[in-house]
Design a protein around this ligand. Structure first.
Ligand SMILES: C[S@@+](CC[C@H](N)C(=O)[O-])C[C@H]1O[C@@H](n2cnc3c(N)ncnc32)[C@H](O)[C@@H]1O
Length: 314
């Protein structure tokens, strides 16, 4: 049994507002569901960001040549299916090494085998692990650039996002860069549609965490006794995903019982949205300075290049 998973689940389900960390969505099945979400009409963040990246890469090429940088190692946090690194690699031969970190190890291994076929000269390292914990990366001496697309940063509480960015600065080292995909505050309907798709794929993704607990933690959730709920919390500027109990019920996880009232929810994910200037403040409190920003039409998504403002490793 995965004890970290069990401890986190028990701690989360004992809270008055039952909660589960979203990183546990991503077993092999969860990663597959996420890939399906990316193909949905409603899910604008994936295709918007992917569509922006070739131009971003073109501008980065000029920017890096102006800095006389001729060797960059790229470190992607939460690399998933490795779709978004491809436009960067195509236009930026200055990237000679690529480190892909993801919690969903099997999925990442398969994706990296495909990437190696397309980019045979690239040095690829795969690191299965939790990017919120210290990971030994054995980075080379080349200038590092972190890559954190998919607005995954929004899954953190703002203080945790700041903590993540601070520790990424230490990991990536002096004079490093970070290329971030940030989902912006916008029309509420567009936001809610993105997490309530008509094919119910997001609902299946959300419920996958119940199936995973049944399989890995000796739990007995009935996924059909819970419904998917995704709402925009305007006050906090975040989409919240929940699983709402359709009835009064008792569930066991590894021998411990949990009571659910009808309508009670498990809070499974937040996805914070930021105005660009809000994100600047967060990044700068973690020691990063924004060098560039690219906005999608109507400002529905932002990609930012951050620079490690400190000259020394912490
Ligand atoms: C929203 S998806 C983004 C995937 C991809 N980067 C993209 O932009 O399409 C989040 C990715 O981060 C990974 N992930 C989530 N939490 C993680 C954690 N704590 N440590 C490592 N990887 C994590 C998931 O497995 C998933 O591949």
């Amino acid at each position: 049994m995965n004890h970290g998973f069990l401890q986190d689940v028990l701690a989360g389900l004992r809270l008055p507002q039952k909660t589960l960390p979203p990183k546990y969505f991503y077993d092999a099945k969860g990663s597959e569901y996420f890939d399906q979400i990316c193909q949905l009409d409603e899910y604008y963040p994936y295709r918007t960001e992917l569509g922006m990246l070739p131009d971003v890469a073109g501008e980065l090429k000029q920017y890096f040549s102006g800095k006389s940088l001729d060797n960059i190692q790229l470190v992607e946090f939460g690399a998933g299916s490795l779709h978004k690194v491809k436009p960067l690699l195509k236009k930026l031969p200055v990237i000679t090494e690529f480190v892909a970190i993801d919690i969903s190890g099997e999925h990442l291994k398969n994706a990296s085998a495909d990437l190696a076929e397309s980019f045979p000269k690239l040095q690829i390292k795969v690191a299965q692990g939790d990017f919120t914990q210290p990971i030994e990366l054995a980075l080379s001496q080349a200038t590092s650039m972190g890559f954190f697309p998919g607005s995954t940063i929004g899954n953190f509480e703002p203080e945790e996002a700041c903590e993540f960015l601070r520790s990424a600065r230490t990991t990536l080292g002096k004079e490093s860069y970070m290329l971030m995909g940030v989902d912006t505050k916008k029309d509420e309907q567009m936001l809610e549609r993105a997490y309530n798709d008509s094919k119910d794929i997001t609902a299946r993704f959300n419920k996958n965490i119940l199936t995973r607990m049944n399989r890995e933690l000796d739990a007995n959730f009935h996924p059909d006794q819970f419904e998917h709920l995704a709402i925009y919390n305007q006050e906090l500027g975040r989409i919240e995903m929940h699983l709402r109990s359709c009835t009064r019920q008792e569930v066991e996880v590894a021998g411990e019982s949990f009571q659910f009232k009808e309508g009670e929810t498990i809070h499974t994910e937040n996805s914070y949205k930021y105005y660009p200037e809000e994100f600047d403040r967060l990044a700068s409190s973690a020691g990063w300075k924004r060098e560039k920003i690219w906005l999608a039409p109507d400002g529905i998504f932002a990609i930012m290049l951050l620079h490690n403002a400190d000259k020394v490793r912490d």
